[in-house]
Design a protein around this ligand. Structure first.
Ligand code: SAM
Length: 199
């Protein structure tokens, strides 16, 4: 395919909000990879039956409209940058697979252990991502993280905790609810907290 054809195709498969943001940050590797692979965003949408939990956002969309959300650029880049150097990641809160997509764009061969209490959208999203990132080893467990985490004894060096826990129990949970082994980096994104801890 000619360069021009492939550029036009990419733009058609993209999002205007993403292309506009790329103009602001023309040297951003993450944005370039998102533009180049944005068809995966739409493949996930199709695989999920064009449905999502209304009001529940992801790393790439605001929960109201299925489109790229530039307001989360800093958060997206933080996860992308941390995933680049990680060797094995744990993610709690897969939902529609958008944070997983960012981690795989950064590190397409990384083994990632995934937990979500609800697999309705997670399964189709993981299947799309497995097809597009065939070298990644994705392990998904459906269930409550508070039950599953104490049962796993695998070393991870990136922890991405993105479950939408109730506000009243978030304060109690803090970092200590996750009895995980040898973390180097913990990214904790809940509705009231955004924190990165280098351990
Ligand atoms: C905000 S969404 C995650 C968004 C996702 N990281 C993305 O970017 O597409 C939160 C997810 O956490 C899951 N969740 C909530 N409580 C949970 C729990 N106790 N254990 C496991 N998953 C949980 C929900 O089912 C939901 O899919």
């Amino acid at each position: 395919m000619s360069d021009l054809k492939s550029t036009v195709l990419k733009e058609l498969m993209s999002s205007q909000a993403l292309l506009d943001l790329q103009k602001k940050y023309p040297n951003c590797e993450m944005l370039q990879k998102l533009v180049d692979n944005f068809h995966i965003f739409w493949e996930i949408y199709e695989a999920c039956g064009k449905k999502w939990e209304l009001g529940c956002g992801s790393y790439l969309m605001d929960g109201k409209t299925y489109d790229y959300c530039p307001l989360m650029y800093e958060k997206q880049k933080l996860l992308y940058d941390k995933a680049k150097t990680a060797t094995r990641a744990l993610e709690v809160g897969v939902y529609i697979g958008h944070s997983l997509f960012l981690m795989l764009l950064a590190n397409p061969e990384m083994p990632i252990f995934l937990i979500d209490i609800d697999d309705t959208l997670s399964w189709p999203a993981i299947n799309v991502l497995s097809t597009n990132f065939p070298k990644a080893v994705l392990t998904f467990v459906k269930g409550d993280s508070h039950v599953i985490l104490p049962q796993i004894n695998i070393p991870f060096d990136l922890f991405h905790i993105d479950e939408n826990t109730r506000k009243d129990i978030q304060k109690k949970i803090g970092f200590t609810a996750y009895p995980v082994s040898c973390p180097k980096i913990l990214l904790l994104f809940t509705m009231t907290m955004t924190a990165v801890r280098n351990l």
